[in-house]
Design a protein around this ligand. Sequence first.
Ligand SMILES: *[C@@H]1O[C@H](CO)[C@@H](O)[C@H](O)[C@H]1NC(C)=O
Ligand SMILES: *[C@@H]1O[C@H](CO)[C@@H](O)[C@H](O)[C@H]1NC(C)=O
Ligand SMILES: *[C@@H]1O[C@H](CO)[C@@H](O)[C@H](O)[C@H]1NC(C)=O
Length: 493
Amino acid sequence: MGISNCKHLRFCGLHLNSLASKCVALVVIALVLRAVFLPMFNKNLFAFDNGPSTLKREFRIEKTKFLEVPQIIWGLNNQKIAFARAALTARMLNRALLMPSMSASLFYKEVDLLQPISFDKVFQFEKFNSLCKGFVQLGRYSEVSNHSDVFKLQKRSGRRWTVEKDLDQLGQFSNNPYHRYEIIQIVGKNPFLWHDHWPVKDYAKIFECLVLVEEISREADKIVSKIREIGSKEIRKVGPSQNVVDSVPYVAVHMRIERDWMIHCKKLEQRSNISEICSSKEEILERVGNIVGLKTPAVIYLAVADTLLEDDSILTGWKEGLLPLEKKKLGVVEVYEKHPYLIQSAIDYEVCLRSDVFVGNSFSTFSSLAVLDRTQKMIKMGARNICGMEAKWPSYSYNLHGESRGPRPWATNMSDLNLQAISYGGKFIVADDGGGPAEAANGLPRLPNAIGLPGHGMQGNLHAAAPVNFMLKPVCGPLFTPIRLCNYLFEWL
Ligand SMILES: *[C@@H]1O[C@H](CO)[C@@H](O)[C@H](O)[C@H]1NC(C)=O
Ligand SMILES: *[C@@H]1O[C@H](CO)[C@@H](O)[C@H](O)[C@H]1NC(C)=O
Ligand SMILES: *[C@@H]1O[C@H](CO)[C@@H](O)[C@H](O)[C@H]1NC(C)=O
């Protein structure tokens, strides 16, 4: 081939006998030989190499670098947001996130009581990496080759530490000279309190990669099948004339009326001058009873704080055709009791996520993330309608009024620029004062006293109001018909 090429070149009138041309030809030949033989040579080098590391370094591809973050704390959904924020920070720094430690219990102040739980006890590690491949990656501590090759990055805060400054800093840390450290360790604040720089769809992508470990999702399966089983049995009992299909639809209502929440939401209403945050039991009953297009009979699964399970009145007063059930009535209390707070919350979340219809409070982090997940699932399916009964997994917010005295259809605006932007009004995220008096010495923000949450004793209260709430602004509204708004939304997706 080389010879025919030469002939061809001569025909084309190139002056091969000039010195320069000969040099060019030699270089080309050298390059071809290198391309052909180098991989072999390379392999041999590694196979037989026991020599000094300098030899190896020449052929080594760039090693994975890591980001390490502080323990992730608070409620399940605060932990999920914090995890996503840490993962997106790692992505920005071109690093893998070292598998963080989460918290199994819900203690706000007593840091020593925050039982750490490894990420892979809750979510599938390999599955996360395969689903999020090319986007973000998780690393294990065993993959680190030199644990002392660490740069400690103190996360700055305070009023003067703006979002822009924070972003600039991250930009710097993705380059030299910091790039050479195997680990960048962020010290200080819980990632939930870091500035937010990422669009909602990036968060949604990370949440999609969070798949519960089998042990936990099996528990959720048990509860979902119990809901359907008991639901259809009971419904057959009350209405034998009804055409009951094998699987009865269930509506999950994330019913927040426990005392802690009521105190918290009243304060929010005062601070924000918005009257549509708290909903009484009566308001929830009425709005859920008036969901436009909901086929009855239907099962209502009440996702409530454990303290409310003692109060049988939550099961009464529902409109005819709606059969309310909660853990006690389902006989699944012991399924929950086996697990620590975080896992209980993850099971409840899953049960809400898989419901045919979800109704929550648009000021609750738990509800907001459930709606975000459900919206994302529908978008992935290429659904045309994501609001109202036309949608495959419709969601509603009972604290906002919709048509016909029903709840307002609710979907997440995936094209929004950050979680803060879609948080209701943006202004309720508790401003973090950094080193100010609001922050306790342990780096956790002190609870606003007015909210009056106890520092402990929150165990069993799955839906405890977190010190920092995050809510997603509903995009389906009464000003537009849900369908029109959805079509409009679709153009943005
Ligand atoms: C590990 O990293 C530290 C800090 O960069 C360095 O001083 C040390 O030589 C490294 N050890 C090895 C075995 O490379
Ligand atoms: C609260 O909202 C009402 C009506 O939206 C308005 O008239 C009033 O001025 C607001 N108060 C404050 C303190 O912002
Ligand atoms: C969704 O977010 C984008 C970007 O912030 C905004 O322009 C758009 O109006 C929002 N859509 C709705 C329906 O709120």
